[in-house]
Write a protein that binds this ligand. Structure first.
Ligand code: ATP
Ligand code: MG
Ligand code: MG
Length: 379
């Protein structure tokens, strides 16, 4: 019997547990929240993420340990590695927790990132802005998500105030050239403990207010660009000697060049489409990768659009799925709803997602429009 421990009890842990339970594994999650999304389907140790006694208990109960977020406390990561088996290792976390280390690692794999400068003072900021040009974007190197900890600089006169605001957080900073992308795509790649690598088809990602709104698969970019993106993702995973899933976010520039934006060493929101649309889901693949099983087939079985259900969308989508969806049937769209079991449906909070299986992604996008549920967020 193998018991898998998950540091973090959010929706990613929940979906890992649901997939892995079907494969015969048992799950224990460590999370401070009572009745966490993962705790509803796994055994839960209710404690802070940096609680070393709780981490030891997780190690004692589990044969294999993984995590569902990248800001794992370094002390706890080291402790778990010593006391249990963490196939992903802490080096991958160390790299992907820090934008500068991450960019250097991507470059070391021979893959392009947006030109960037490390910012250590107001002086380096001024010279970096003139070297990289505007627009550019200043980011904290640690802790950012959903666009938090970022300031876009459209005019050199905004550089000083952007620096002051982000320097006040105490975090190290990085300035990036702003890539005028045609679209954003992402590739989820898996590398197993045996070194086997498989990539999922690229997703085209639409963000609203810096939060992922929808993923469109197949991505509406040329086939050769999709193949290139999968090659780059595999090269980064190999170079990093990653184990488990690695999500690679990329910009597609007008000239077809690809730039890696950032990495996430875990299941990714833009990979949720795999749950019904691929022969193997990203969650099953992650478990296969960390448990040393052969990786599953990643073939896309159907075009699909994944749309996120935020707090403000929850009531609407639940009402809609309570009756026959005539429009969906007419459009030939099959909506598959996933709800994460979070109690408070706050605005902007990820409560679930819908995978829209379809003949043609345009029809799924039309369904999203027609429902009116995402009216205020449609881009
Ligand atoms: P996530 O929730 O994906 O972890 P994050 O806070 O880590 O988000 P990024 O992914 O770095 O932030 O940036 C958020 C979004 O801002 C990107 O998806 C992209 O739309 C835009 N963006 C960030 N950096 C750049 C850049 N250098 N050039 C162009 N657009 C950018
Ligand atoms: Mg990020
Ligand atoms: Mg991102």
């Amino acid at each position: 019997k193998t018991t898998i421990g998950i540091l973090g009890g959010g929706q990613l842990g929940r979906m890992l547990t649901l997939a892995g339970t079907a494969m015969g594994y048992r799950f224990v999650t460590l999370d401070p929240a009572t009745d966490s999304p993962c705790g509803q389907v796994a055994h839960q140790i209710e404690a802070a993420y940096d609680d070393e006694a709780a981490a030891l208990e997780l190690a004692r109960q589990c044969d294999v340990i993984t995590y569902e977020f990248e800001n794992v406390d370094a002390g706890v990561a080291g402790l778990l590695e010593r006391e249990s088996y963490v196939p992903q290792g802490s080096a991958l976390l160390y790299t992907t927790q820090h934008r500068l280390r991450e960019k250097r690692a991507i470059e070391a794999a021979g893959v392009r990132v947006a030109p960037y400068r490390e910012i250590t003072s107001k002086d380096t900021m001024q010279s970096a802005v003139s070297e990289l040009g505007v627009p550019c974007v200043l980011k904290t190197v640690t802790g950012g998500y959903d666009g938090k900890g970022q300031r876009v600089i459209r005019d050199a006169s905004q550089a000083a105030s952007a620096y002051d605001e982000l320097a006040a957080t105490g975090a190290e900073l990085v300035l990036e050239q702003f890539i005028k992308f045609e679209c954003e795509i992402s590739v989820v790649v898996a590398r197993s403990t045996n070194g086997e690598i498989k990539t999922f088809p690229p997703a085209e990602n639409i963000h609203v207010n810096n939060i992922l709104h929808a993923s469109i698969i197949p991505a509406r970019v040329a086939t050769n660009i999709q193949i290139e993106a999968q090659k780059l993702a595999a090269a980064v995973a190999e170079s990093l000697q990653a184990v488990g899933l690695l999500a690679v976010e990329l910009f597609v520039a007008a000239d077809g060049r690809l730039y890696v934006n950032e990495l996430a060493p875990r299941p990714h929101n833009s990979g949720h489409y795999t749950m019904e649309a691929c022969a193997t889901s990203q969650f099953e693949q992650h478990i296969r990768a960390i448990c040393g099983l052969p990786l599953g087939d990643t073939t896309l079985l159907s075009p699909v659009v994944m749309v996120n259900v935020l707090g403000e969308h929850l009531e609407g989508i639940i009402a809609r799925t309570g009756q026959p969806d005539i429009e969906a049937m007419e459009l030939g769209v099959i909506p598959k709803l996933h709800i994460y079991g979070k109690a408070d449906a706050k605005t902007g909070r990820k409560m679930g997602h819908v995978n829209l299986l379809c003949q043609n992604v345009e029809e799924a996008l039309q369904w999203i429009e027609q429902t009116n549920i995402w009216r205020n967020t449609n881009s």
